[in-house]
Unconditional design. Sequence first.
Length: 231
Amino acid sequence: MIKQLHSVAILIMAIVFLSSCNALRNITAKDGSGTAKVKKVHPSNNLTFMEDIEMLPGGVVVTRHKTSGIDSKGLTYHYSEKGGTSIDDANWLQYKYAIITNTEVENLTNVPLLQKIDEWWGTKYCIGGETKDCTDCSGFSGVIFREVYNIQLPRTASDQYASCDKIDVTDLKEGDLVFFHTVRRQVSHVGVYIGNNKFVHASTSEGVTISDLNDTYWQPRFIAAGRVRKG
């Protein structure tokens, strides 16, 4: 009788053991996942990805050739690639802003413009400013034209509007200006068109950012598109 009870107890223990998830997985897993050990990964302050793409503190990939660094003023940007006109030879900035603007990588060929946007991204808004400490809309558009297109624009949004040839919104190309009224019905805001209905500008609420012309805030405030006169 004792032997029978002992055998029953052993049988019950065996059934309980074999019913556990870990035991069943260790026995049945064909890929060895049941006995695989989890390796802990410790974060690093300087991560290097394939082809020497770097991620520095702050989360911005800035180079493929390890020329970036951090100085006393913050992140130093070094762009060592010119980019390309096809998806095969496009650089990281082209991929980044293709995602942000929901457009094809091949459409973003003006890498100096992307560099300038990236450097100024998030710069806070202030009336009369045109530095990376703070800037207003016309100050920022002036910087873009001066440093990317080598063109000097008038200082205010209304003067920039007056200096442009007005074009239809369907004819907008990268580098054209878009004008809005945010105060009464007169021109009071300007942005630089970058393609696919998107424009970069210094927003009072978000600082330097990218917005869409069809945004529910900007669409009813749109006044006109303008092309800067050359020469």
